[in-house]
Ligand binder design. Structure first.
Ligand code: ADP
Ligand code: MG
Length: 242
């Protein structure tokens, strides 16, 4: 579903990504972790071309992200993304947030878009909030709306960048529950998160990044249960968060 080959990126002289290579198969759930500043956000954003890169290749379901001729809006419409800060449109109601891109990007009729959006709003347990504005919702509710909005586009893969790190602790669970459900339904997911409970429960693989490099890319069980096989940086990281 996602193939990434030798992706490198520089900001001026600073190399933020170095030869990142991995692939994610359909239905796989891959957790990306690593210290702050290691390039996790940059890596995940290269997949839907939110961050350009100078070297390497990425294809998403056969679409070549590195090819300048690729229609980026079309690519982005297939790749759902959920950020740390929910990034809902504050001046639009929940319903309008859910339908806008469906209408503008996918060309759905307002009634189709609404039916579709409400289906996913129901999935995340927020049907009753459909006429509210983001500011009237809790952080956890806003993030669930953001997930429903991404799902309303019928993405082939979902990218998450620390979706629970900006939430009050009591709201982390409700967002993780939605993500767990999504994983169990077979969604292909790449999640930057330090929620190791989530990683243990539903991920297939864990990628560990350090200083712009993919240092570990291994099955979840190896990552958590065979510390002796891990790199010193990954061991150090694990010892701090587990
Ligand atoms: P992470 O998500 O793992 O915390 P990021 O991908 O956000 O890491 O950042 C990786 C590195 O790139 C950091 O050192 C950060 O300071 C640097 N960086 C991020 N964005 C920019 C930018 N626009 N210009 C220059 N450096 C940047
Ligand atoms: Mg980040």
């Amino acid at each position: 579903m996602i193939e990434m080959k030798n992706v490198s990126k520089w900001y001026g002289n600073f190399q933020v990504l170095t030869d990142c290579t991995t692939d994610i198969k359909k239905g796989e759930v891959v957790v990306v972790c690593g210290p702050s500043g290691s390039g996790k956000s940059t890596l995940i954003k290269t997949i839907n071309a939110l961050e350009p890169f100078q070297k390497g290749e990425i294809t998403v379901d056969g679409i070549a992200v590195h090819d300048p001729k690729t229609n980026l809006p079309k690519l982005r419409s297939r790749v759902g993304m959920v950020f740390q800060h929910f990034e809902l449109f504050p001046h639009l109601s929940v319903t309008e947030n859910l339908t806008l891109a469906q209408i503008k990007v996918l060309g759905r009729s307002p009634s189709d878009a609404l039916a579709h959006g409400l289906k996913y709003l129901d999935r995340v347990g927020l049907s009753a909030q459909k006429d509210k504005f983001p500011g009237q919702l809790s952080g956890g509710q806003q993030q669930r709306v953001a997930i429903a909005r991404a799902l309303s586009m019928d993405p082939i893969v979902m990218l998450f960048d620390e979706p629970t790190s900006a939430l009050d602790p009591e709201m982390v669970g409700e967002v993780l529950d939605v993500m767990v459900q999504l994983a169990h339904e077979g969604m292909t997911m790449m999640c930057v998160t330090h929620e190791m409970g989530f990683a243990r429960k539903v991920s297939n693989r864990v990628i560990f990044m350090d200083q712009g490099k993919i240092v570990e890319d291994c099955p979840k069980d190896d990552f958590f249960n065979k510390p002796e096989e891990r790199s010193p940086r990954a061991k150090d990281f694990l010892s701090k968060i587990l």
